[in-house]
Design a protein around this ligand. Sequence first.
Ligand SMILES: [Zn+2]
Length: 113
Amino acid sequence: MDQTLIAGLGNIYTDEVCFCAKVLPTRIANTLKEKEMKKIHKCIPQILKFAISKKGTSANNYVRTDGTRGGMVPYLKVYGREGEKCRRKGCKGIIKKIKVNARGTHFCSVCQK
Ligand SMILES: [Zn+2]
């Protein structure tokens, strides 16, 4: 399995892509099925295009100098939403946060497998 696939993506986008593909972020490095890989490949450009259209996520400097929040932050589905309701239609999950390799990762344990 090619770990470089999403290595270039930041934490935020990794979380969002995994949510989009309904895959647990903990599984990325090891046991993805071909069908799931295809979903991830489809989701990556979707998430990136959306991020670019919203001028990125300023989570590093969460609030801009003028006090407004980063462009994509309000649209994030899992990242930074620990304890909040899953935004997938029909899903009643709560977003969880765990640490993987010392990095925080966010996911819905109900709709992501
Ligand atoms: Zn969910």
